[in-house]
Design a protein around this ligand. Structure first.
Ligand code: SF4
Length: 332
């Protein structure tokens, strides 16, 4: 491992100024992804700035919703009774991710910033445009089972790994950010980027900007919500596909929905087209399938030496249908 300096500033503003002034500096939160990257040589910072004590570790009520401090541990987030009752999709998404030990360390602010688990990104002996811009993409012609079918580019077909981020996208959460020029809010659905020509950039955050909190808006629909994750083994695995969904059905008609997909794109994928198909349509399997097919009309499968990722398209269709069927049948 390359040696680096370590600092633990007294406040968030100092931490932000310190990182912004040094291109080789990174923030340290729970460290569950960063420490892996330090060991693998994916990240070689000159300075690590510890922010674990600099943002709130509380969940507080705000405008009928909740404000989640960036330092709230994933295990505390999933155990909070307000989250479990009012936003079950979020609690379920957190519990579907990682292991108990990792959830005890990982933070709400850090979890959405974890980086892809593309095997080539993690193998520093292979070309990867995300790790080393301009070097090429080893996934094309390689292993693509875990890669994207929506929104990819010729430069990168990686998927975003966070389950929590998929739920926050469906819930229309807002990210609170502190930078050198002050605070700003970012709609959660706009935090992450598609790869385009710059897959090295995962988010719209500037270097040195720090997530301080994530706000959940008041959302009665979210009380009837759930997270369904399909993966190669029952726990401690990343999603092949996942669905975060909330549904409101009245007299057999879908009146409102919130849907996001995981495991299929470079960012959590908000399914606006599926939501449009569902609105004021009969709550039945034909409608749910039509909604999935509308959202996946532009999906592109990528061949690979492992059989490729084309299976994700019918799998996600079936997963969305099953998720909406459950939500329609169980008013929680
Ligand atoms: Fe790198 Fe993206 Fe290609 Fe994976 S898919 S090798 S992360 S450029």
């Amino acid at each position: 491992m390359k040696p680096f300096d370590y600092r633990a500033p007294a406040d968030a503003a100092t931490a932000v100024r310190t990182v912004a002034a040094d291109p080789s500096a990174v923030f340290l939160g729970g460290g569950t992804n960063l420490v892996d990257h330090l060991k693998l040589g994916i990240t070689t910072p000159g300075l690590v700035v510890d922010v674990t004590a600099l943002t709130s570790a509380e969940i507080t009520g705000r405008h009928g919703g909740l404000r989640i401090g960036a330092a709230v541990r994933n295990s505390d987030l999933s155990a909070d009774h307000r989250v479990r009752e009012r936003y079950p999709v979020l609690a379920e998404a957190v519990l579907a991710g990682a292991s108990g030990q990792l959830r005890n360390m990982a933070t709400t602010g850090g979890n959405p910033l974890q980086r892809t688990r593309c095997v080539y990104f993690q193998d520093v002996t292979t070309p990867c445009n995300k790790r080393q811009p301009g070097s090429g993409c080893s996934a094309f012609g390689g292993y693509t089972r875990h890669h994207a079918v929506l929104g990819a580019s010729p430069h990168c077909i990686a998927t975003h790994p966070s389950d929590l981020a998929v739920a926050l996208t469906a819930l229309d959460a807002e990210v609170q950010v502190l930078g050198t020029t002050g605070e700003r809010s970012i709609p959660f659905g706009e935090l992450h980027r598609l790869p385009g020509e710059h897959p090295e950039l995962d988010t719209v955050l500037d270097h040195g900007e720090l997530i301080t909190a994530i706000d959940l808006p008041e959302a009665p629909i979210a009380a009837n919500s759930t997270y369904r994750k399909v993966r190669d083994r029952a726990s401690y695995a990343f999603a092949l596909v996942s669905v975060a969904a909330a549904l409101r059905v009245e007299d057999g008609i879908v009146r409102d929905s919130r849907i996001a997909f995981g495991g299929v794109a470079h960012k959590p994928w908000r399914a606006h087209q599926a939501e449009a198909v569902l609105r004021d349509a009969p709550a039945n399997e034909d409608t749910y399938r039509e909604a999935a097919e509308a959202e996946l009309a532009e999906a592109v499968a990528v061949d690979g030496i492992d059989g490729g990722n084309g299976f994700k398209i019918p799998l996600l269709t079936r997963t969305l249908v099953a998720t909406l069927r459950d939500l329609a049948g169980e008013a929680r």
